[in-house]
Design a protein around this ligand. Structure first.
Ligand code: MN
Length: 259
């Protein structure tokens, strides 16, 4: 084994490098995005036992699962959005595997989101983060820490009133800058989707999806434990299932951090 990989294994074994799980539990109560009633809904997660050391299978336990591709902590592929439908390598099975490992930049806007549930990350936010932590490198994930992962009550997580959901997201100019001038892998969020709760009313609608996927970028949603990551320096592993022509997939997102 090369010294680089030897060093990696040794650092993981000694605890100099730690693995942090950024994934929410996947179970029937896992929240799923709710669309206006004229659109087809995505089913949540269901699980049915095939056998459990019983007559149906005396020596083994396994289940059948059913879920929408975009359920719980999941990966959005470019083909998910109409803006990305004609791009090469846009479904889950043909994305280059090197894109499933990359550095993470974490921007914390918890304070802003406490005051305003509809907060959108601005270009100024991004530039002032970069003034402190350096330019977001090409091939990085941009992770938005909003405090939403702590909202374990679905009512607070969705935060719906008579005008719809109120959850934070990205200003379209920020998405465009990240996709084109920073060439990120994509963006990751703690909320149920990579657009703000009100983004269906924006012009264009769902601008982060439209912009990111239109530029071949990816999304990660329903992340947790972002508070355990440094602003820079973590490495993310986020590999969707190899669903042929899949638009997305539940994903186990891991971060490797120092110390
Ligand atoms: Mn999705």
């Amino acid at each position: 084994m090369s010294s680089l990989l030897n060093d990696l294994v040794a650092a993981l074994s000694s605890g100099q490098l730690r693995v942090i799980d950024l994934t929410q539990p996947l179970e029937p109560s896992t929240p799923v995005i709710e669309l206006p009633p004229m659109f087809a809904p995505s089913p949540g997660f269901s699980i049915e036992q095939i056998s459990r050391y019983d007559e149906a299978g005396p020596g083994w336990y396994w289940n059948t699962i059913q879920l929408g591709e975009h359920t719980g902590t999941h990966f959005d592929a470019p083909v998910h959005w109409v803006t990305g439908k004609d791009l090469p390598n846009n479904p889950c099975d043909t994305i280059p595997p090197a894109h499933f490992v990359g550095p993470a930049c974490v921007i914390d806007v918890c304070t802003q989101c406490t005051e305003n549930s509809d907060y959108l990350l601005t270009v100024d936010d991004l530039l002032s983060w970069e003034a402190e932590h350096g330019r977001v490198p090409s091939g990085a994930w941009l992770l938005l820490r909003t405090g939403w992962a702590e909202r374990t009550d679905p009512k607070e997580f969705f935060n719906v009133d008579e005008n719809g959901a109120h959850t934070p997201g990205f200003d379209q100019a920020t998405s465009l800058l990240l996709a084109t001038e920073r060439d990120v892998l994509g963006v990751g969020v703690e909320t149920v989707g990579t657009d703000a709760g009100q983004a269906g009313t924006f012009n264009p609608a769902f601008p982060n999806h439209a912009t990111m996927h239109g530029h071949g970028k990816y999304g990660l949603t329903s992340l947790c434990h972002l508070d355990q990551l440094p602003p820079t320096g973590a490495v993310l592993i986020a590999a969707p299932l190899k669903i042929v022509d899949g638009s997305g997939s539940p994903v186990r997102v891991l971060a490797i951090v120092e110390g």
